[in-house]
Design a protein around this ligand. Structure first.
Ligand SMILES: Cc1cc2nc3c(=O)[nH]c(=O)nc-3n(C[C@H](O)[C@H](O)[C@H](O)COP(=O)(O)O)c2cc1C
Length: 254
């Protein structure tokens, strides 16, 4: 069967880093990767998050985030990679409006961050709490709405919960039509529980991106050997801007 995501298969993904991951950061730190992810937030009036103002938007201000996204996506393309935009927000309608605007701005992938531990999200059953068993209806509603609204492929970026809960969440996400799951498993050392869970998740969605603690080619290979389709790098790429391109080249030669 044709792989819809051949362009990022076995590729290196620059993970979204709220507070850092704008266009210029992606261009520099994601140079030579297969996909770079920009990180952004939509929060309501009165909420505060510890990120620079240009990463954080108020709902319904399309006129402001439209010009931001147009500029940043163009700059991120200098990486040579496909460009994804990631959002976290308190309402599905805000996320859809923002990601549709990203699509209009030329983004290739749209991602929902289901990863944050910030109270303003978790107390609403959002952030990482969206993957808790008791929020599965809520998770499916977000997934179905995003997939229905967007033409570009949707990614759900999740963190780890208890293993059976994580598996159930990935099944719910995939059954709702989301093709790509990106999971941060925190540790991908040889023999780590992170690699075990990646093995269990591979094949449960169309395309699995795995990451967490990858610093060198051996780590990237361990992730891909689990059956994950691509490997994500965050902190190590922040510390070494040439790392993504270097690892992508090594992976191509294997
Ligand atoms: C400073 C910082 C900011 C982050 N911001 C986001 C974010 O906005 N959205 C998200 O989904 N993940 C975010 N993450 C998680 C990373 O994308 C990545 O999954 C995680 O750091 C694990 O990969 P690593 O060990 O290679 O850094 C952030 C991580 C860091 C260190």
């Amino acid at each position: 069967m044709e792989n819809r995501f051949e362009e990022i298969q076995n590729g290196v993904v620059l993970a979204e880093l709220g507070g850092y991951g704008d266009g210029p950061y992606c261009a520099r730190h994601g140079a030579g990767a297969s996909l770079v992810m920009m990180g952004t937030y939509i929060i309501e009036e009165g909420n505060a998050i510890p990120y620079p103002a240009h990463f954080v938007f108020k709902p319904g201000r399309k006129c402001i985030y439209s010009s931001y996204l147009k500029e940043q996506v163009i700059v991120a393309r200098e990486s040579g990679a496909r460009v994804g935009v990631s959002i976290i927000s308190t309402q599905v309608s805000y996320a859809i409006d923002f990601l549709l605007t990203a699509q209009e701005a030329g983004a290739d992938y749209a991602s929902l961050c289901v990863h944050s531990e910030m109270e303003m999200f978790v107390k609403e059953g959002l952030g990482y709490a969206l993957c808790r068993r008791e929020n599965s209806k809520h998770l499916k509603k977000w997934a179905k709405n995003l997939v229905k609204s967007l033409q570009i492929p949707v990614i759900f970026k999740i963190g780890l919960n208890e293993p059976s809960e994580t598996i159930a969440a990935v099944d719910n996400i995939a059954e709702s039509g989301v093709p790509i799951v990106h999971i941060n498993v925190e540790n991908t050392e040889a023999g780590s529980p992170g690699l075990q869970i990646l093995k269990k998740l591979a094949g449960r969605c169309l395309f699995l991106i795995g990451g967490g603690g990858v610093k060198e080619i051996e780590g990237a290979q361990r992730v891909l050997e689990t059956g994950a389709n691509a490997v994500a790098i965050g902190t190590a790429a922040m510390n070494n801007p040439d790392l993504c391109g270097h690892l992508q080249n090594l992976l191509k030669k294997l």
